[in-house]
Unconditional design. Structure first.
Length: 579
């Protein structure tokens, strides 16, 4: 049994078979060959071996001509390994006697060889890299193509990958993908946000581990603690089965809060809104008793398609949500592509520092036809319900005014063509940068509401890339600098009488509920899965007690101290609730 620690980004516990996607994108599930097809599959294996040998010979000859015999000898060694009689015998036996799919036979056999090399002394252990090179060459010739689409998965699996892009994550079919874990990634990344929206347990930033697992092996993924357990024993599996059952019991108990208000013990009503990424998620929010949609991320329209979405694509998605909410507010955030949210083909080499580059409202103001298309659809949907628009990553007053001017121009165009829309549609902005928080007293005069996006606010305040596992320990919502900017934002909004919301991952964690209520927040926007738990927390506390907690937390000068204090308060709250 091997326990691997990563970063928990989407809660939940699941047990299932591994589907491995290595750094090359190869999908190697455990698959068996029909007895009648064994000879055909052996011929395919032999062809792949021959093709791999031909490539190695070509590379050897080219390197020999360019660099000399010393470097060409590397490929001679690879050829010798590839043609080793024992290896060829084992691969053939795996297909003929065990009925293994050739791809699976290659992966299992060569990885076993690599582990043997890795267990030896430092000089010999380096030969493991040669084994992995041979494995990838054989797999490439067997598969004949790069990564199979994850959307094609048709049986329950836990995806283990080097990395998953936001678009790949958005295309996961949650009927079959029970969870995923990746070697790369960090907290607050868009991949993590999509996973949470899909309610798929996920762990990222584990580091290299794919060489230790093969497709089809049992895996436990603990999205609560950030653990992945390979080759678990029966006792561990039984323990996690009980944990799964306990989680279902808690969910059923919290489900009874669906139609009850989120009202504190001293009578203060808290609005709990839902965060959604896909239109279908609105049903999950409704089923859990949300007061509206506080953040409708619209990136999925771009991430799940190879073409730019049309106005009708936008309108169909927005109108579905507006109608489903039946008069409750729906806040639609305009395009927030950029940095970790861009499609693989468009990132990351195009900008040296995409987190500080052309993204969000900057991109929309640069691509006006695209921006106008989205605004037209949002305005059309506003005729069908309480739809509101929100601009992301606003950092200067000029950006806000430019965005409002484009919106006014689109309104005028729709009016001229007799197209229905809400002329008084509320307009808001995200507070995601220190600049926005510090200048909010100026911004607040020109918006109808604000929403603090803590994911980016943490990133920009602490200068930490939220998708980078190497600095993940520095990405901390408890940092006093983040708390002070958050407090200032809520104070400015309250002083101006402008509604304020918090919609980042911070709002969906009960560890922060008392802190946020104590800072004056009266509206939280959280993932659908977090609605019942956050509602229960709100119904178990008084605003007076929350103010004391917030005031004490704000006097602390270290994130570790703040975190320990807030965790202690949550433990006390849970103990009182159970009692």
């Amino acid at each position: 049994m091997l326990k691997l620690q990563g970063i928990a980004v989407s809660p939940g516990v699941t047990i299932g078979e591994a589907l491995v996607l290595d750094a090359e994108g190869f999908r190697i599930p455990r698959r068996f060959v029909e007895r009648s097809a064994v000879d055909t599959e052996l011929a395919r294996l032999a062809h792949a071996v021959a093709e791999t040998a031909r490539e190695m010979e070509h590379n050897r000859d080219r390197i020999h001509a360019e660099l000399g015999e010393q470097y060409a000898a590397i490929f001679d060694a690879h050829l010798a390994m590839l043609h080793d009689p024992r290896l060829q015998q084992e691969l053939t036996a795996a297909v003929r006697d065990r009925n293994w799919w050739p791809e699976y036979a290659v992966s299992r056999t060569l990885r076993r060889y690599a582990k043997v090399f890795q267990s030896l002394d430092n000089h010999i252990s380096q030969r493991a890299h040669d084994i992995y090179d041979i494995e990838k060459s054989l797999l490439r010739n067997l598969l004949g193509q790069r990564r199979e689409t994850l959307a094609a998965i048709s049986q329950p699996v836990i995806v283990l990958a080097h990395n998953l892009t936001p678009s790949e994550t958005a295309n996961l079919d949650r009927r079959f993908v029970k969870g995923f874990a990746t070697e790369l990634g960090g907290p607050g990344s868009h991949t993590a946000i999509v996973a949470e929206g899909l309610e798929i347990p996920a762990v990222v930033g584990i580091g290299p581990f794919l060489a230790d697992v093969s497709g089809g092996e049992p895996v436990i993924l603990d999205g609560n603690e950030g653990l992945v357990i390979l080759q678990p024993d029966e006792e561990t599996i039984a323990r996690y089965r009980l944990e799964e059952e306990a989680a279902r019991s808690v969910a059923a108990r919290l489900g009874r809060l669906r139609d009850l208000p989120a009202e504190t013990t001293d009578g203060v009503r808290i609005q709990i809104m839902g965060n959604i990424e896909f239109p279908s998620e609105v049903e999950q929010c409704i089923d859990r008793g949300c007061d509206g949609i506080g953040l409708y991320r619209t990136e999925f329209l771009y991430l799940t398609s190879k073409r730019e979405p049309t106005e009708e694509d936008h309108f169909e998605a927005y109108s579905f949500v507006a109608r489903a909410m039946n008069g409750k507010p729906v806040v639609i955030r305009t395009l927030d592509l950029g940095a970790d949210k861009m499609l693989t083909e468009k990132t990351p080499e195009e900008e040296r520092n995409p987190c500080l580059g052309l993204r969000s409202i900057r991109l929309s103001l640069r691509q006006l036809p695209m921006f106008r298309t989205q605004l037209r659809a949002i305005l059309r949907a506003s005729a069908l319900g309480d739809v509101r628009v929100m601009f992301p990553l606003v950092s200067t007053i000029v950006e806000l005014r430019q965005a409002r001017m484009v919106l006014a121009d689109v309104m005028e165009d729709l009016a001229e063509h007799g197209i229905a829309f809400n002329r008084k549609m509320p307009v808001g902005m995200m507070v995601e940068t220190p600049a926005a928080a510090l200048m909010l007293d100026a911004f607040i005069k020109e918006v109808d509401f604000v929403s603090v996006g803590t994911n980016d606010l943490i990133q920009y305040t602490l200068a930490v890339d939220r998708g980078n596992k190497e600095v993940a320990e520095l990405y901390n919502a408890c940092d006093p600098a983040v708390l002070r900017l958050l407090r200032r934002s809520l104070d400015v909004a309250a002083g101006a009488g402008v509604p304020a919301n918090v919609c980042g991952q911070m709002s969906g964690s009960v560890m922060f509920t008392q802190l946020l209520l104590g800072m004056g927040l009266r509206q939280l926007s959280v993932p659908a899965s977090a609605i019942p738990e956050v509602k229960q927390a709100c119904r178990s506390v008084s605003v007076a007690d929350c103010r004391l907690i917030a005031e004490k937390a704000l006097t602390m000068d270290g994130a570790r101290e703040v975190k320990a204090y807030l965790r202690d308060q949550v433990r006390r709250l849970l103990a009182e609730t159970v009692a």
